[in-house]
Design a protein around this ligand. Structure first.
Ligand SMILES: CC(C)[C@H](C(=O)O)[C@@H](O)C(=O)O
Ligand code: SF4
Length: 476
């Protein structure tokens, strides 16, 4: 019997259906559950009130990241207090809840602590072919391994805690094919932004995106994580890249990856995880990777992208009247005038970090630009925040911390940091930030903050020039 050709998404879905219901939804088994301090307190409390236990604590892994301070956490052997009461309460709740319900936790002091989407892959918790959830929209990151990974809300966190399943409606499958080869100093982040620009922030709604084509195949695992991380910014449920030899090499030997016979068995299955010839996607879009320039955002949605060689757009240049209005509002918030060259926009804050771009390759690329240079005089705050303790130590072993510190950057402890205004790292109102994170929403980096999303290389170029700058001119 021959089965009909299936997409990668369909294969992972089929493999996890516990029961299909009459209304078209299905109960899906969840292989991996990552948790952090922000979206779990009510879910744990609900279990407690119902007298329930966690169904599979062994498939659950916890780490604090959003609220943790990124400045020194201990001074002369004494723990420094967490000032914000809400942050403090959430961080403490994670510790007590994990102890009570038997969930393994990388504590704030653990060498492995970091951003949930950085530590999952790093520890080999993220594997090809698994279903993986977290109460966090950027769970899509793990799709880089060919895992079906997506963000869920707090009530779904509770459902997974109690049952290790979720009731889901299947998404449609979209292929985003990126052809050609990336140009000099063009990175996975530029591809991610290009996809947001091409699809728009709602264009992926109802879909799981599979990224294919020569550009994707050529990306490193870290680049694929950067790309999948932003699938949600195009509105998609998840992003996926079919696992290949690079994936297997990355996973092999990680602390939580299968070993011995279990590895051989897993590998044999993982090698089947690709879209079959003849399988049909519900939608296909193609992007010419060779034509992508280093991109920056001008507005308050990740779809608001323009090449660094471009100018601030005129709101009236958009065909859609609602986009015209949104663009005018964005420009007002961003304090930008149509026609201004992007490379003439000065920035006072630099943020290199977040689950999009805080891995070792990101730090290496940024350090290569910064090396032998200094922060521009108008830059008042420049943070490098490694994605995990392991990334931090690796960077220090390579001397990257020295390069940043000598240039005038602050070298911080791992966490979400200035990606969002939930901890002390914030962009002052009315100031701009060149940021390697994934969201430029109104107030995202603090009330009144103005965010320009870009790649690590471009953030480094902004740091040393004090404006949005074309990294190709610095490095060419
Ligand atoms: C705090 C958390 C729920 C949120 C998310 O879901 O994405 C955060 O990580 C973000 O990036 O905005
Ligand atoms: S780094 Fe930013 S985007 Fe990623 S999980 Fe933290 S807050 Fe969300």
């Amino acid at each position: 019997m021959t089965s009909s050709p299936r997409t990668l998404y369909q294969k992972i879905w089929d493999d996890h259906v516990v029961k299909t219901l009459d209304d078209g939804t299905a109960l899906i088994f969840i292989d991996r559950h990552l948790i952090h301090e922000v979206t779990t307190p009510q879910a744990f409390e609900a279990l407690r009130l119902a007298g329930r236990k966690l169904r599979r604590p062994d498939l659950t892994l916890a780490v604090p990241d959003h609220n943790v301070p990124t400045t020194a956490r201990v001074l002369n052997g004494v723990r420094l207090p967490i000032v914000d009461p809400m942050s403090k309460a959430q961080l403490e709740a994670l510790v007590t809840n994990c102890a009570e319900f038997g969930v393994e936790l990388y504590s704030i002091d653990a060498p492995e602590q970091g951003i949930v989407h950085v530590i999952g892959p790093e520890q080999g918790f993220t594997l090809p072919g698994v279903t993986m959830v977290c109460g966090d929209s950027h769970t899509a990151t793990h799709g880089a391994f060919g895992a079906l990974a997506f963000g869920i809300g707090t009530s779904e966190v509770e459902h997974v805690f109690a049952t290790q399943t979720l009731l889901l409606r299947q998404s449609k499958a979209m292929e985003v094919r990126v052809t050609g080869t990336l140009g000099f100093s063009v990175s996975a982040k530029d591809v991610a932004l290009a996809v947001c620009g091409a699809l728009g922030s709602g264009g992926g709604a109802g879909y799981v995106i599979e990224y294919t084509g020569p550009v994707i195949e050529a990306l490193s695992m870290e680049g694929r994580m950067t790309l999948c991380n932003m699938a949600i910014e195009a509105g998609a449920r998840a992003g996926l890249v079919a696992p290949d030899q690079k994936t297997f090499d990355y996973v092999q030997g990680r602390p939580r990856a299968p070993k011995g016979d279990a590895w051989d068995k897993a590998l044999a299955w993982w090698q089947t995880l690709k879209t079959d010839a003849g399988a049909v996607y519900d939608r296909v879009i193609e992007i010419d990777g060779s034509a992508i320039a280093p991109l920056v955002t001008w507005g308050t949605s990740p779809e608001d992208v323009v090449p660094i060689t471009g100018t601030v757009p005129d709101p009236m240049s958009f065909a859609d009247p609602s986009k015209q209005a949104a663009a005018a509002k964005s420009l007002d918030y961003m304090g930008l005038t149509p026609g201004t060259r992007m490379a003439d926009v000065s920035v006072e804050n630099i943020f290199i970090g977040s689950c999009t771009n805080s891995r070792i390759e990101d730090l290496r690329v940024a350090a290569a630009v910064v090396q032998g240079r200094k922060l521009a005089g108008n830059v008042r705050q420049a943070l490098v925040v490694p994605g995990s303790g392991l990334v931090k130590r690796q960077a220090e072993a390579e001397g990257l911390d020295r390069i940043f510190i000598e240039a005038g950057f602050e070298w911080r402890e791992p966490g979400c940091s200035m990606c969002l205004g939930m901890n002390p790292d914030q962009v002052p109102a009315g100031e701009r930030c060149a940021s390697t994170s994934n969201r430029n929403f109104v107030g995202r980096q603090g009330p009144g903050s103005r965010t320009h999303l870009l790649s690590p290389a471009m953030a480094a170029a902004a740091a040393v020039t004090g404006r949005l700058a074309d990294v190709r001119e610095l490095m060419g």
